[in-house]
Ligand binder design. Sequence first.
Ligand code: SF4
Length: 247
Amino acid sequence: MNTGPANIATLAVDLEPLSLEERLLRISAMAGRKVFTTSLGIEDQVLTAAIARSAAAIDIVTLETGRLFPETLTLINETETRLGIPIDRYRPEAADVEAYVVNYGRNGFYDSVEARHACCDVRKLRPLSRALEGAAVWVTGVRRGQSQARADTPLVEWDAQRRLLKVNPLADVDLPEIRAYAQDHDVPLNPLHERGFPSIGCEPCTRAIKPGEPERAGRWWWEQDQKRECGLHVKTAEPTPQEEPVS
Ligand code: SF4
């Protein structure tokens, strides 16, 4: 179904009253290729299950950075088998990784923020660009409750840097709702969640959190910036163009 041109605010209004699976079907009906990037965390697992259950036409991809936990790698295969859906793996270019290691050392990301961003660029951002090539819509599992930096995440936004629509269908969903969906639908989950990892990224850059800490406190824990992110979900300054077509 192509619903014709509308603006971003209209799409957000459309999505707001819908259930998760209805939201995905609404996104699925939009023109162009839709891509969901999963990190295999609980939010993304719920989204993956909802895509599979609703048969929404949304490609599922993951960034296999080369530094993921073994549990996460196992979960990619398990998810494909149990949910019956393919997950496309995007990996860093070997030459980029070699150049990083020469310049910074394999674990150079501990030494400076600049070195850390360089690693995320090679292992995440460049593969992400390839994964989103030709996409009209980028679907993410970002939630407002994950961190202060994500507290104002909208349901729909314009990614000015990548020139595509970014839809966050879990933006307004809280963690208990996520857990309830996972339990009700027997969603495969990363066993690390049970060991104090609410947010799971690359193994050397993620630690378990202590009781009372924010959900993402275990990510790049040695850095002081409270807004630390890998660059995937950093906002750009360009205002949302109301004339961008949303179908
Ligand atoms: Fe590199 Fe850590 Fe970023 Fe993974 S999270 S890409 S290991 S700096």
